[in-house]
Design a binder for this molecule. Structure first.
Ligand code: TXA
Ligand code: MG
Length: 347
């Protein structure tokens, strides 16, 4: 299959090209597009045959449901059974933005979207190219992250090209994404509002709107079975083995240096995922800086790109510095923990 790549400037969107992309969606094809979180792989969310193409292109297990992306509030009503007061408050405060809400679904939603569940995940992205594509297509767009299943999510067009070339109809290159981690998934379909996946909208942000919100236990404990189907898979994972270190920064640096020495003596190529503040403290190993501890949004923004870079460098093992679990740190640690397949060393 031939994949067409088009470049769109988010500040000056070419209407003609966007119309072509929207036509592909309307006709049942697949288009990868940028959002403020990560790149999505989109298809008409009301067309079963189109949605099947997404699962096929990604190699995604069919029991993992998809998010529907909308561009206006009018598009929401027909898709859901009801909009609770809590949902209204969250929508008002956080949409458009990196928050996915789980609703009880309406009869309009095909089973393939929800993997047979009676709920549906919906979000309104805060990115002009995504919004334009949805509005022009005039259908809700089903879109998982545009990576091969199990790989780190794409935050640059080059990542999408690497994973999806020859597998989908079109890739819209709209530059780098913003947040860099996937949206927060908030389940409002049950008694207790629960975060199923942490993301750019944090627990602290949500508490201001819904004080009773809790977090699924599996987010910080890889032994617990997640409530969200997608969270149970090995995910965001580089090819190399990864070990995650948590504790005081000094203890982390000391332990990583010790392990790096030992592993290199065994002949291993060692990658170190470091921060601005610590980069000069590692005398050996391939050191890549993910961002600054002072500004964790930089770590979120770069994390998946750095994981892919370690693979390009063909390291055997990645020793990664952890961060705290507050605010955006929660989402960062959740992704790092998955990339490390749960292997965390607490110091
Ligand atoms: O930021 C994002 O959310 C990106 C961009 C493209 O919008 N999309 C994304 O989609 O991350 P995906 O498919 O990679 O992740 C969707 C997550 C999965 O963990 C899935 O299991 C969960 O949402 N999910 C979807 N529908 C659900 C439902 N009805 N109940 C519980 N979890 C659901
Ligand atoms: Mg994904």
């Amino acid at each position: 299959m031939e994949t067409r790549i088009i470049k769109i400037d988010r500040e000056r969107i070419d209407e003609g090209l966007m119309e072509e992309a929207a036509t592909i969606i309307r006709k049942g094809g697949t288009v990868a597009f940028p959002t403020e979180t990560v790149y999505g792989l989109g298809a008409n969310g009301l067309d079963e045959e189109a949605v099947k193409k997404i699962y096929k292109a990604k190699g995604r297990p069919s029991d993992n449901p998809l998010i529907l992306h909308i561009s206006s509030m009018e598009e929401l009503k027909p898709l859901v059974d009801e909009i609770s007061e809590e949902a209204r408050l969250c929508i008002e405060k956080f949409w458009p933005g990196p928050l996915t809400i789980i609703f009880k679904k309406s009869g309009m939603i095909p089973d393939i979207i929800t993997a047979g569940l009676d709920t549906v995940a919906i979000r309104m992205p805060d990115h002009p190219i995504a919004a334009k594509l949805i509005a022009k297509a005039q259908v809700p767009i089903a879109a998982p992250s545009a990576n091969l299943s199990g790989k780190p999510s794409p935050t640059k067009a080059s990542h999408v090209i690497e994973d999806m070339m020859g597998r989908i109809d079109m890739i819209i290159d709209g530059g780098d994404t913003g947040v860099g981690l996937e949206s927060t998934v908030l389940d409002l379909s049950t008694e207790i509002p629960t975060i199923l996946r942490p993301g750019g909208i944090t627990l602290e942000d949500l508490r201001e709107v819904i004080p009773s919100v809790i977090q699924d236990a599996s987010i910080t404990d890889s032994q617990k079975v997640p409530k969200s189907p997608g969270q149970k898979y090995r995910h965001y994972a580089p090819e190399a083995e990864m070990l995650l270190f948590s504790g005081s920064v000094e203890a982390i640096v000391e332990e990583i240096n010790k392990r790096a020495r030992e592993l290199m003596e065994e002949g291993k190529k060692v990658g170190i995922l470091a921060t601005e503040e610590t980069r000069d403290k590692y005398p050996q190993g391939l050191v890549l800086v993910v961002g600054s501890r002072e500004r964790e949004e930089t770590i979120a923004h770069n994390l998946f790109d750095v994981l892919r870079s370690f693979d390009e460098e063909k390291v055997d093992i990645i020793l990664a510095e952890g961060v705290g679990y507050n605010h955006l740190g929660m989402a960062i640690m959740n992704r790092m923990l998955k990339a490390a397949s749960g292997k965390i060393i607490k110091l």
